[in-house]
Design a protein around this ligand. Structure first.
Ligand SMILES: NC(=O)c1ccc[n+]([C@@H]2O[C@H](COP(=O)([O-])OP(=O)(O)OC[C@H]3O[C@@H](n4cnc5c(N)ncnc54)[C@H](OP(=O)(O)O)[C@@H]3O)[C@@H](O)[C@H]2O)c1
Length: 297
């Protein structure tokens, strides 16, 4: 793709909802000249007082910068907004931080290529409050050249992580990490309720629990290696031992009037692993129940 010289701002943000506004604020805070556009113009007012340039139309916003960031409710809206102004994308990079499916990402990447634009699909993983801080994770995939070219500007959003050339990777990671976060949060809510039944304040429990998370994170690294190797050493206990321990958690929860949904889900996974002959294996053998092709039993 040819890359024209652009004399306007460094980045344009189209869609100034909760997320788009935070994106524009982060670019401004990082010192990048930023052009903004929103369907309802009033949402740009505060950003203009913070130094943003208001574009009069989506088309003007597109041609104002070499980097065009769009954050709208869904891909149908992206097509509705960008379709009529697609010619302006030629030679620019489109970064789409709208939530969607892998199929949406691949289709939009093809559409952008057809209009002479580089494309990065992306997802904001850390809500709106952290945007602009180093711990705010953004996953991006698509054109490696475009990511390299705009890396410094994208870093203004936080931890902008490039996943690879396949535009589908960003939505895949988006949904996978969403599930991971919810798995951890479901475990937390169950644990906090159990501790609460013993009179422990949620904040006191959270202080200890968050200190325990680096250990849990280290297990993910270990388990990833074991999944790749297809071998499940029992360094952290066997599936059979954990099944018995998890049944105690179900019983203790019931005895305290706490919901048993979370430990029953885990007991179910462990029992399936036992039924598949993994009782004497390490606990990462549950991966064979979920993703290892051995299926439900
Ligand atoms: N908010 C979060 O915490 C969060 C976190 C991760 C990912 N995301 C993703 O970010 C994307 C945007 O979310 P959001 O929370 O910013 O949404 P939002 O606050 O509801 O804002 C939606 C934006 O889209 C615009 N819009 C809606 N329909 C439009 C149309 N037909 N034409 C032009 N503009 C239109 C709205 O403009 P008007 O002001 O004119 O209505 C508004 O600026 C979504 O895909 C969401 O899943 C959000």
């Amino acid at each position: 793709m040819t890359h024209e010289k652009h004399d306007g701002s460094a980045v344009s943000v189209l869609g100034l909802g909760q997320m788009g506004t935070r994106l524009a604020q982060a670019f401004l805070a990082a010192g990048h000249a930023t052009t903004v556009w929103n369907r309802g113009a009033v949402k740009a007012d505060a950003l203009v007082t913070q130094g943003a340039v208001r574009a009069r139309s989506a088309g003007d916003a597109v041609v104002a910068s070499p980097l065009v960031v769009v954050c709208l409710p869904d891909y149908a809206t992206v097509a509705e907004v960008l379709g009529p102004v697609a010619a302006g994308l030629r030679g620019r990079t489109l970064v789409n931080l709208t939530s969607g499916t892998p199929e949406d990402a691949v289709r939009t990447a093809g559409w952008a290529a057809g209009h002479g634009a580089d494309y990065l699909d992306g997802a904001a993983m850390s809500g709106t409050r952290l945007v602009g801080r180093a711990e705010a994770l953004f996953v991006l995939s698509g054109s490696a050249d475009a990511f390299a070219r705009h890396r410094a500007v994208l870093a203004g959003l936080g931890n902008a992580t490039y996943l690879g050339a396949d535009p589908a990777l960003a939505p895949v990671y988006d949904t996978a990490l969403f599930g991971l976060a919810w798995g951890a949060l479901a475990g937390f809510h169950h644990a906090a309720a159990l501790a609460g039944a013993a009179g422990v304040a949620p904040a006191d429990f959270a202080a200890v629990a968050t200190g325990h998370m680096p250990f849990v994170a280290s297990l993910m690294t270990d388990h990833a290696r074991q999944i790749a190797d297809g071998r499940f050493p029992d360094d952290d206990g066997t599936v059979a031992v954990h099944t018995a321990a998890m049944e105690h958690l179900v019983e203790t929860s019931s005895a305290h009037g706490i919901g048993t949904q979370v430990p029953r889900l885990i007991t179910d996974l462990l029992e399936q692993a036992v039924a598949l002959g993994h009782g004497a294996d390490g606990i990462a053998a549950v991966s064979r129940v979920i993703g290892g092709g051995e299926g439900d039993v």
